[in-house]
Design a protein around this ligand. Structure first.
Ligand code: ZDP
Length: 279
């Protein structure tokens, strides 16, 4: 087909990045994204991300397709990869550059740091049931440690939106969770009208948690940036975590801070270019 792409990964959450700066609609379809993400018959990725022209006062617009072709509002690991990608396209190298990026979850601002990591202002978490969205409680209420029946078990779940929906459960041993079996039961549970991402969190210390994730539209992944942010917010709401916390994911660690000052969540982590190709 002749579509040029570049592959990036953030903690093993991997994405196909497309230079889409010349037009405001993604140049590939969700069906093509599914084919490109296939790990045996395609390039292999958890999603496809487009760098589109900015709107109003933003530098660029980010859109993303999950590997099942669905379109999430936001993507934490993805936006770190996008920041690296556009710096590479602009040929500016990694200075302390900040970009204003339009997403379906509002304006998000990643900053390229001198150490090669990217710090992202992920905005304010949304906590009411209608914002998430879930029908677990009344629309105006927060969803903190609410019982939810999944696979013949009652789980106490806390729900947080970072633009996209997350359902968080605290467990004694994250490695013991049968994620492959139960992940999609959470994702498709009728209390989540937009489906949900699901995180299982083991609190090692108040400032260090271990997370395993089942992503909406992608299944088990090595990392989820929005999920790490949502999990620290959930930990604070349950009195289990400090506002500054390291999140250990299968693919590596993210530093998360839920700022008391401005109620925004800041995420810092790696993102790297892997290879360039033509599909
Ligand atoms: O909300 C969703 O449907 C997620 N699958 C989007 C991707 C989230 C991501 N893993 C992240 O890091 O936030 C990219």
């Amino acid at each position: 087909m002749g579509i040029e792409f570049r592959k990036y990964q953030g903690l093993g959450n991997d994405f196909i990045l497309i230079d889409n700066r010349h037009t405001s609609q993604p140049i590939i379809t969700p069906e093509q994204a599914i084919a490109m993400c296939d790990r045996h018959f395609g390039i292999g990725a958890d999603g496809v991300i487009f760098a589109l022209p900015g709107e109003e006062d933003t530098d660029y617009t980010m859109r993303i397709y999950n590997s099942d072709g669905s379109e999430p509002e936001m993507c934490g690991n993805g936006i770190r990869c996008l920041a690296k990608f556009i710096a590479d396209l602009e040929g500016i190298g990694e200075v302390n550059k900040t970009y204003r990026i339009q997403t379906l979850a509002g304006v998000i601002t990643p900053q390229l740091q001198g150490d090669g990591k990217v710090r992202v202002d992920m905005g304010q978490p949304q906590l009411t049931a209608q914002e998430i969205p879930t029908t677990l409680t009344d629309g105006e209420d927060k969803v903190i440690a609410q019982p939810l029946e999944v696979a013949d078990k009652t789980w106490l779940v806390t729900c947080v939106s970072m633009g996209n929906p997350h359902c968080i459960t605290f467990v004694d041993d994250a490695d013991a969770i049968a994620l492959q079996q139960i992940g999609s039961l959470f994702e498709h549970h009728p209390v989540f009208p937009q489906r949900t991402n699901t995180e299982f969190i083991q609190v090692v210390k108040p400032d260090y948690i271990k997370m395993r994730v089942w992503e909406r539209g992608a299944g088990i992944t090595l990392a989820c940036g929005t999920g790490a942010c949502a999990s620290v917010v959930a930990g604070v709401l349950n009195g289990k975590c400090d506002r500054s916390c390291t999140v250990e994911l299968p693919g590596g660690c993210l530093e998360i801070e839920w700022s008391q000052r401005d109620n925004r969540v800041y995420m810092t982590g790696a993102a790297e270019s892997v290879f360039t190709g033509c599909y």
